[in-house]
Ligand binder design. Structure first.
Ligand SMILES: C[S@@+](CC[C@H](N)C(=O)[O-])C[C@H]1O[C@@H](n2cnc3c(N)ncnc32)[C@H](O)[C@@H]1O
Length: 211
């Protein structure tokens, strides 16, 4: 997800046909990512801090930024008093930039949609922005993210409108609810992911409480 400023980077991201290709596309884009998304008014890493602050006490424990990218959320959550944040991403290059911000305790290379390298009930909450979108992490990623979040913890993430149904996110939400693994807490109306460019790119934020 990005603006119109570097079509080649965007084209590589959307042309990716596998996790490896997508990780390579982000590697190529990593150094320009912050500048280009800022120019487009990309707001999701900053907006998500509102939902974290609404539902997660500062002393709740460790938080996971799932698909943290360059770690745009970290410093702003830190400023709000959340100083125990980990991140995962499948791009080493994006993780290196996140590490340079100094706001993350641990950063690990891991792939959403595969088994995650943490034990059950490890995190007080996870949050994720811009990752549940076209050609990115599948709805099935939520299984593992919920597994590593403790009961009473929260799942806070955005989903792009174009994949909500086609990517079977709604089905996954219901399946996890029917299995007694989480309950819905809040669903935002659709809103723009970019304040400046691409008004057609809409996302919704979702909050669930893990049971
Ligand atoms: C649009 S960026 C969002 C990064 C950050 N959350 C933000 O909002 O700026 C998408 C990120 O998800 C990562 N990503 C995409 N699919 C992934 C997957 N299946 N597993 C792990 N990371 C993934 C990419 O490497 C990239 O860093």
């Amino acid at each position: 997800m990005t603006g119109n400023h570097d079509k080649s980077a965007l084209e590589q991201v959307y042309a990716a046909r596998s996790a490896d290709e997508l990780a390579q596309a982000y590697a190529a884009w990593s150094n320009a990512y912050d500048r280009e998304t800022a120019a487009s008014g990309y707001c999701l890493p900053f907006m998500t801090t509102s939902w974290v602050a609404r539902y997660v006490p500062r002393d709740a424990g460790a938080l996971l930024d799932a698909g943290c990218g360059t770690g745009l959320s970290g410093p702003y959550l830190w400023a709000l008093g959340y100083t125990n944040i980990d991140g995962l991403d499948f791009s080493e290059e994006m993780l290196a930039l996140a590490a340079a911000r100094g706001a993350y305790r641990e950063l690990r290379r891991a792939t959403l949609g595969e088994t995650l390298p943490w034990p059950d009930n490890h995190y007080a909450a996870f949050f994720s922005t811009g990752v549940f979108t076209e050609g990115h992490a599948p709805a099935s990623s939520l299984d593992e993210l919920v597994r590593i979040t403790r009961p009473g913890g929260h799942a806070i993430f955005t989903v792009r409108d174009t994949v909500l149904d086609s990517g079977e996110f709604r089905e996954q939400f219901s399946a996890l609810e029917k299995a007694g693994r989480w309950r819905p807490v809040e669903e935002s109306p659709p809103f723009r992911a970019f304040a400046v460019a691409e008004p057609e790119v809409l996302v919704q934020a979702f909050v669930f409480e893990v049971i």
